[in-house]
Structures are given as C-alpha cells and as structure tokens.
Design a protein around this ligand. Sequence first.
Ligand SMILES: [Cu+2]
Length: 309
Amino acid sequence: MTNSAVSSPVAFMAVIIFSLTTLSLLPRLALAQDAGVTRHYTFDIQLQNVSRLCHMKSMVTVNGKYPGPRIVAREGDKLLIKVVNHVQHNISIHWHGIRQLQTGWADGPAYITQCPIQTGQSYVYNFTIVGQRGTLFWHAHISWLRATVYGPLIILPKRNISYPFAKPHKEVPIIFGEWFNADPEAIISQALQTGGGPNVSDAYTINGLPGLLYNCSAKDTFKLKVKPGKTYLLRLINAALNDELFFSIANHTLTIVEADAIYVKPFETDMLLITPGQTTNVLLKAKPYFPGATFLMTARPVRDRPWNL
Ligand SMILES: [Cu+2]
C-alpha cells in the first residue's frame, strides 16, 4: 500500500497545512462573531419648527426630529456618530448609561470630558458597547438643550443570541419628555439670573406628544395599535428634564424584564415609577378581549401642578 493517499508526502503535508489553518482560524472566527460591526450615524444639530398645545416654536433638534432619531446597535458593536452643529448654541451629546470603557472622550458632558461643539464645528463620538444590552438613550449635555435633543439608544443582543424571555411580537420605544411653550434656554437662563426656581414645563409627553388630556392636544396623542393576545416589548425611557413619572396602562399589567441595559428577573406590576435618566424594558400582553377597545396609557408625576389637578 505504498501509493495510499495518507502515506504520500504531498497529501500528508496537505493534511498538516489544513489542520494548522483550521486551528489558527478558529479563534479568529470566534472573535469575529463576538466583535460586532461598526455602525455610522450623522447627527445634524439644526433648528426645526414644532407645534404643540397650539404653540409653535423653533427648537434645537437632531436631523429636524423631535424626539430625535433612534440609534440601533448590537452588544459588541462600535458606534461612530458624527455630530455637526448648525445652530448658534454650543452643544455636546451624552450617551446616557453607556459604559465608556477606555473611551472617556466619547462620554459627552460639556466641560467635563470635552469642550462643547461650537457653531459650524463637528465631533465624532467613537465607542464600543461592551457587556450591555437593552434600552438606553442619548441627549444633549449642556445647559437645557436636552429638553428637545434626545432619542432612544437601542442595544439588541449579539447576533444569534435571543432574549431571556419570549420573543415579543413587536418592539416599541416609549420616550417620556417635557414640552415647554417657551424656549427652555430662556427659562434656565432667567432662573440662573434671578436665583429662583426655573419655570415648570407645560406638558409631559410620550414620544413627543402631550396627549388628549391637555388643551389643544387631542391630535397630538401617541397611539399604539395592538393585536389582542400578542406581546409587545415597550422600551421605556424617561427623558423628562426633572420629573419622576408614574406609568401605567389601563386594565393591563406589565412585566419588567430589563432596567438600564441589564436583564432583571421578570416581575409583574400594574404601575411603575421611572426617574429622569432611567430606562426599562417591559412586556405588555394585549388583552385578548374587548375587540376594538381603547386603553389609556399615562405618565404623570408624583405631585402634579395644582392647575392640572
Ligand atoms: Cu444623561
């Protein structure tokens, strides 16, 4: 059997080379699966006319959107976000809750980890999401510009990794905020000059909309259409300036599955409290009866202003 394939020196070499290549590739393949991809975003800071409660005003936004655009990435991905400032205010953007491991310059607080981005200038935020998945958000981090400059930062699990709960039918960001009829920059600057407390906002908002309980606001109501019996993942974000908010949905319980981009042991509740800067993912199972029924979804502070009571 002198001509057998295995005993031929060429074939033997081929086997050796194949094994070596396989061995050296394996760790790299494993690494590539873990490493994630690079995702590019451009944030143009620009003015936009927005009207709520019958008050039209020009506000600072990202890409003309209020609330701002969603960032979607997976755990392990690198984000490159170019922020271009086209307005008269200096600005910086903070990636709220992201652990900036060795990327402190991308954190965003103006005058803490960076100089603010001046009019006509730009800055590229460069960071990698490590060991976090769930919902976070981004917002302006200078003066009170975060009143209008904010948006969701959604971190999906790594590819081929599933949620530690049943896959929801749909995922929906629900971002709470505050609407001021006046310019928030004027409000904070007046407060700093007088030493008094800043004027409070005129409405709380869900996805930028005050909802039908306010005057001149019925058409500005966030509506979520659901199918009976299906489960929805609500990505709750409190981007309000100053107020802790109670959130609940009439006749429904919520299952909390994640908080601040960390999974938690699921538990049920009728109502939850979310403070500014907090984020949490909850599962909503739409009730399988009452065809065509509507359920109010509300967010309100611990103590409302007297004129709203
Ligand atoms: Cu923040």
